[in-house]
Each structure stands twice: as C-alpha cells, then as structure tokens.
Write a protein that binds this ligand. Structure first.
Ligand code: FAD
Ligand code: UDP
Length: 367
C-alpha cells in the first residue's frame, strides 16, 4: 500500500487548499514544491518589516461568499481597497476611469458632462470594435486612450493596441461616479500577516518537502502515493511533446529606500510609452505600514522564453489549441488530477483558484 493517499505537486493556493481539504477528510497527503518556499505566486517575504509580494502585487477580491468565508479561517484581512494612480508624464489621474479621472482631464463636474465629452470623442469610432484600440476609444474616447491606455498596454503586451483583442480592456471598470475602487467585487482585502502566513496555516500539520521537483524524480515520488494532484505546467508534465505553451513574463526590480513614503500609494501605473516599466509597487501601502523605510518594486513586462518564470498564459487561438491537445493527454493519465493556473493553463484570480481547488477536493473525496 502506498505511503500517502495524495502526492500534491505545488504548494501554491490550489495545492494548499486541496491538501487541507483532503487532510481534514482523513487522507494522508505529501505536498512538494520545487521552490524553496510555500505559497506559490502569492508568496510574500518580509523586508524591513514590510510584506513584499515577490511575484507581483496580489489583491484579494471576490464575489463568492463561500470563498471569502473559507479564507477567513486562515487569515484576518485588512480593509485595503485597490485604487491605482496613473502617472502620464507627471500628470496624475485616478484609476479606474471614473468621475475623478474625467474631472482631472476635462474639468467636467457632472456625469452628464463627462458622458457628453466621451460621446464627442468617440464619434466615428467603429460600432463593432475589432481590436483593443477601437474598443478603448468606444468606451472612453481618444484622450483617455492616448494618455492612459495606449502606452501602458503596448508596453505590457509588447504589441500595438490595434493588434490586441478587444476583451482585455473590458476588464477595467468605467464609472460615472466618484469611486476609485479598481474592483467591483463584494469583498476585498489583504491578509494582515501576509499571504505566506495564510498558506502556512492552510498547510498546518501537513508534510511539505521544498526544493523537490516532480519532473526530476517523477518515478520515486509518484510511487509514494495512490494519486497525484499536479499543479505545475501541463506541458512540462508531458515533456513538451507537442511543444511549449507560451506565457507573458515579468521582471521585477526591488529596492529598499531610506524614506518612509516614496509615492503615497501602493500602485502607480506609468502610462506613457517612454518609461520602460509599467508600474511601481510600494508594498507597505497594502498594509498601511508605518515603517521608517520603504520597499518599492518596478515591474517590467518581458518576453517569456522557456526556462524563465511563466506568469500570464497567452490564451490566443494557437496556444489554446495546443493546450487542448495536452488536456486530451491529461484526461488519459490514470491516477493524476491537473489543477491550478499552470495545470489548466488558465488565468485564474486567487478566489477562482480556491473555488476550483475546493470543487476538485469535493469531487475526489465524495465522488
Ligand atoms: P502557483 O501559485 O503558480 O503554484 C504552483 C506551484 O507549483 C508553484 O509554487 C511552483 O513552484 C510549483 N511547481 C511547478 N512545477 C513543479 C514541479 N515540477 N515540481 C514541484 N513543484 C512545482 N490574483 C488575484 O486574485 N488578485 C491579484 O491581484 C493577482 N495579481 C496577480 C499578479 C501577477 C503578476 C500574477 C502572475 C498573478 C496574479 N494573480 C492575482 C493570480 C494568482 O497569482 C493565482 O490565482 C494563484 O497564484 C494561482 O495559484 P496556483 O496554486 O494555481 O499556482
Ligand atoms: N490598462 C491600461 N492602463 C492602465 C491599466 C490597465 O490601459 O493604467 C489596460 C491594459 O491593457 C491591461 C488591461 O487594462 O492589460 C487590464 O488591466 P489589469 O490591471 O486588469 O491587468 P493585469 O495587470 O491584471 O493583467
């Protein structure tokens, strides 16, 4: 008989939630991760008493009451509300696009005045937007497109807005109220003690082996357990037999500054074309920190090459078709369940990945 019921590959949110549920149902679990820490991409490390988001800023937000209640078991959340600032050549605007933005740009005061201004600027715009440029102008007019969208988007995606799909920009709210909240979600916040502590609590009492790569020791590791839950890249599992799936990558430059407050906000987007980074994160403001120093991270968009850290899946037609071929193989793979953003090659927010791990556990344990 195998030593464990489940070998869980990956100590990110999917792996940790699955491990918690399986353990609470009486199953013996072993969690492994090739990195030297748990928590996957939500990992934070403490620098100068500040929780620094190592793999990009993470703001928890959800409409799902069950998921919100679930995470409360492992962390107390603060009242952080994401309200990024856009810096365009030194001009400051509120995000997402709302009455504060419209007032700063045009001096308009009422929603009707703002709507009229946008109406004038979208005259002649395509009714059925075929790309991000047309969609953006249709939504918010040419001024906002030129100052707050074009440069940022082209830096972020490394492609012209006229060559990008329209749906990317529809994720951003456009509001005719003076509300700077970036998200429409019902619940929002950041774990007061950080995401790493939250994941450590999920994994309490569960055996975890770090710096252990499933792909390198596949046979020995798989033999330890009756079933495998795999949250690593699906293409790597199958030795890239159909070729690698593509990602968009990021590069982070982090520094400690000897000042208590560098930019006055957690997130400042640089929306011009010339500034090489897309945004600067000042981590202490996620937690209303009062430390003497501050830690800032400049975020650069980067081309992904095999071997570098995968961040965002590129869900275009070519990659989606490639993923479908891997998924067909995964369905044939006895004793293995694929999950999470790498295992399913899907852009999952944290709440969605938790919901998906809870559903997977339910299926495994009750089904
Ligand atoms: P991961 O966290 O990637 O965990 C997978 C784990 O598997 C990793 O630790 C990896 O080391 C391990 N692994 C991989 N291969 C192997 C192997 N062969 N052997 C052993 N271990 C292996 N979501 C939000 O809700 N709000 C946000 O503000 C937000 N911001 C984001 C910003 C960025 C830049 C990015 C990239 C994502 C953001 N997300 C955000 C999404 C969030 O990061 C994911 O939903 C979540 O981390 C996914 O968890 P996961 O367990 O699926 O994957
Ligand atoms: N975006 C923009 N200007 C900004 C912020 C975002 O034009 O200041 C656009 C950009 O195209 C981006 C999209 O809105 O890809 C979605 O932004 P979001 O912050 O949701 O992107 P994420 O960082 O989550 O990929």
């Amino acid at each position: 008989m195998a030593q464990y019921d489940y070998l869980i590959v990956g100590a990110g949110l999917f792996g940790a939630v699955f491990a918690r549920e399986a353990t609470d149902a009486g199953k013996r679990c072993l969690v492994i991760d090739r990195r030297a820490h748990v928590a996957g991409n939500v990992y934070c490390e403490e620098i100068e008493g500040i929780q620094v988001h190592r793999y990009g800023a993470h703001i928890f937000h959800t409409d799902d009451t069950a998921v919100w209640q679930y995470v409360q078991r492992f962390a107390e959340f603060n009242r952080y509300t994401n309200s990024p600032i856009a810096n365009y050549h030194g001009e400051i605007y509120n995000m997402p696009f709302n009455m504060n933005t419209f007032h700063a740009l045009w001096g308009v005061v009422t929603p009707q005045q703002a709507q009229e201004k946008i109406e004038q600027q979208r005259r002649g715009a395509a009714e059925q937007p075929r790309n991000l440029e047309e969609q953006a102008i249709r939504l918010v007019g040419t001024d906002i497109y030129e100052k707050l969208i074009r440069g940022y988007t082209e830096k972020q995606w490394g492609r012209a807005c006229s060559e990008l799909p329209a749906f990317i920009i529809r994720r951003l709210p456009v509001r005719f109220t003076y509300d700077n909240n970036y998200f429409n979600s019902r619940y929002q916040g950041i774990p007061i003690e950080g995401y790493t502590a939250m994941v450590e609590r999920m994994l309490a009492g569960i055996e975890v082996r770090l710096e252990t790569d499933f792909i390198k020791e596949r046979e020995t590791l798989a033999a330890l357990a009756a079933r495998v839950v795999y949250t690593g890249p699906i293409d790597a599992y199958f030795d890239f037999c159909f070729g690698p799936l593509e990602y968009r990558s990021l590069r982070f430059e982090t520094e400690v500054l000897d000042t208590p407050n560098f930019q006055g906000n957690a997130v400042v987007n640089y929306t011009d074309r010339e500034t090489p980074f897309t945004r600067i994160i000042e981590h202490k403001h996620f937690a209303f920190g009062q430390q003497e120093k501050t830690v800032v991270t400049r975020e650069y968009s980067a081309e992904w090459t095999p071997g570098t850290e995968p961040y965002y899946p590129i869900n275009d037609e070519r990659n989606q078709a490639l993923y479908e071929r891997y998924r067909a193989l995964a369905e044939q793979e006895a004793g293995v369940r694929f999950g999470g953003r790498l295992g399913e090659y899907r852009y999952y927010d944290m709440d969605k990945v938790i919901a998906s791990a809870l559903a997977a556990a339910k299926e495994e344990l009750e089904g």
